[in-house]
Ligand binder design. Sequence first.
Ligand code: THU
Length: 160
Amino acid sequence: MKEINISTTFLAYNSINDLPSEIQSLMEKAIETRKKAYAPYSKFRVGAAILLDNGQIVLGSNQENAAYPSGLCAERVAIFQAGAIYPDAKIVKLAITAASDTNPTMSPIPPCGACRQSIAEYEFKQDIPIEIYFMGESGEVYKSDSIANLLPLSFDKKYL
Ligand code: THU
């Protein structure tokens, strides 16, 4: 018997103002997109902005449904859109922000498990890591160099 230890590392920026300018403007696009979320049930708005290696930016916000499980998270709206429009492009950076209409969200809001799995699929496919930045409405921004930090021991095509 042995113990297996998996450690994970993030960078924490004090605020959006401390981000490098390229990612600051990507996060600003995520914030603008967050405001367009269709979230009448949860009142929890999420925005995602993806920078591709061809320079294009692809955006997504969460889209809810009266049949709750039929809705989709912002990250997957964006990533599936990127895959659909630019199937050969690589995802370089992903910026995520979340804000509730009812409670302040001052701490970084990480992507849900299903979104992590979907992001991992694209990182495996393209074979270069995706930088992921996530924040709440304001306050600290966390940066991960790869989805591997957010989803260690992940399931992928090599097991099929
Ligand atoms: N949501 C996202 O868009 N991304 C996540 O990673 C977590 C949750 C959305 C789904 C739903 O519309 C609302 O936030 C509340 O869960």
